[in-house]
Design a protein around this ligand. Structure first.
Ligand SMILES: *[C@@H]1O[C@H](CO)[C@@H](O)[C@H](O)[C@H]1NC(C)=O
Ligand SMILES: *[C@@H]1O[C@H](CO)[C@@H](O)[C@H](O)[C@H]1NC(C)=O
Length: 407
């Protein structure tokens, strides 16, 4: 990126969030020509997560009911539906993939009744589809289900096992710990993963209990800022709000994680799922699909495959958008994008229809700015508009835009 461009990005940021400017204002370019953000004391050095991770995880829909055919069919469906081509690359196993007991050498053992071909075979299959395989363990002596061992005191051995199987991503949970701080237990696994020499995306799942945004950027590529999501409007919106507090800490290489997507699991309306997906994309959250992708409805498919919303999530600037205005249940969320553009979500969180309005100043633009307004759900553009920008929204509904200022 040319220095002048970085300067303009920083100028836009200045209007947005003073705190972010302090963190990212001193950008420089590393040997590979990539922009490096200074001010975050440490950045995990596995080179992964330059944009938020995208993929699928078994937990939200299947919980412990997973087996190898399901995972293979999911990988097949990710490709045949076009989700893989849109960037959803990780196929992530959650809890319950292993036997309760380690083998006589202390190794984790894939559960014979559900993963008879082993995890290496599964990784080979997933890789043959051009996808990556993620796995799950825990920074305690058993996982949350208590149906398999955790990795506490076995970090080195388990990291080697994962690398030898061809694992690309580790979600690391926080159940059944020994009473020590996550700040003690999570770095041990990070070091073990780094020592394998295999780049493995490291996803910290300590549920935000010790404010990981403030210490995890040198250890992991993402960190949960919240307890678990579930398939309800109430829980989803709570997770969005809690995650929003940590916006200033997200940047390329390390992301806040408000938990995985519930889109398509049936507990929310299409408007609610569209809002869920829009806010997760704007907040630079991991986009990990949590439904059965082998049997998506047309509505689910249209949400998860919206390439314009995905592009906001994957924007190179890597700044988390946040809630910039709240008037009762009527909210404006926004954040800067590359090329001086602005992402904007107008959101009616109330239970009756209402008009939500963003002033240009709410999104960091001067009132006289002329912008092209791209509606990311209607896929249409309103050219050369001056603010404010308003929308009449159904209960729990939202609209998402990209504003491009005319220079
Ligand atoms: C796990 O740790 C707890 C607390 O330290 C201990 O009571 C329990 O026996 C341990 N379980 C196993 C399977 O090691
Ligand atoms: C979601 O979480 C809430 C709050 O803990 C709980 O009351 C509700 O039963 C949960 N719903 C589902 C569908 O899991």
């Amino acid at each position: 990126m040319a220095p002048t461009h970085r300067h303009t990005s920083a100028t836009l940021l200045l209007h947005f969030f003073a705190a972010v400017v302090i963190l990212s204002g001193g950008g420089s370019v590393d040997a590979g020509g990539r922009e490096v953000r200074l001010g975050r004391r440490n950045l995990i050095s596995n080179g992964l997560g330059r944009t938020p991770p995208m993929g699928w995880n078994s937990w939200n829909h299947f919980h412990c009911n997973i087996e190898e055919h399901l995972i293979r069919e999911t990988a097949d469906a990710m490709v045949s539906t076009g989700l893989a081509a849109l960037g959803y690359q990780y196929i992530n196993l959650d809890d319950c993939w292993a036997e309760l007991n380690r083998d006589s050498q202390g190794n984790l053992v894939p559960k014979a009744s559900t993963f008879p071909s082993g995890i290496k075979g599964l990784a080979d299959y997933v890789h043959s589809k051009g996808l990556k395989l993620g796995i799950y363990s825990d920074a305690g002596n058993q996982t949350c289900s208590k149906k398999m061992p955790g990795s506490l005191d076995h970090e080195e051995q388990d990291a080697k096992t994962f690398a030898s199987w061809g694992i690309d991503y580790l979600k690391y949970d926080n159940c059944n710990d020994d009473g020590t701080s996550p700040k003690i237990r999570y770095p041990v696994m990070n070091k073990a993963l780094m020592r394998t020499g295999r780049p493995i995306f490291f996803s910290l799942c300590e549920w935000g209990v010790e404010d990981p945004a403030t210490w995890a950027s040198g250890i992991g590529n993402s960190w949960r800022t919240t307890g678990d999501i579930n398939d309800t409007w109430e829980r989803m919106t709570k997770r969005a709000d809690t995650n929003d507090r940590w916006a200033a800490y997200a940047a390329p290489g390390g992301w806040n994680d408000p938990d995985m997507l519930e889109v398509g699991n049936g507990g929310m309306t299409t408007d609610e799922y569209r809002s869920h997906f829009s806010i997760w994309a704007l907040a630079k959250a991991p986009l990990l699909i949590g439904c059965d992708v082998r049997s998506m409805s047309k509505e689910t498919y249209e949400i998860l495959t919206n390439s314009e919303v995905i592009a906001v999530n994957q924007d190179q600037l890597g700044v988390q958008g946040k809630k910039v205005k709240k008037d009762g249940d009527l909210e404006v969320w926004a954040g800067p994008l590359s090329k001086n553009r602005v992402a904007l979500v107008l959101w009616n969180r109330g239970s009756s229809p209402a008009t939500v309005t963003a002033q240009m100043a709410d999104v960091g633009l001067s009132p006289s700015t002329i912008v092209d307004v791209r509606d990311l759900w209607a896929h249409s553009t309103l050219a050369s508009v001056t603010g404010p920008i308003s929308a009449y929204l159904m209960p729990h509904g939202s609209m998402m835009f990209v504003l491009t200022p005319k220079s």
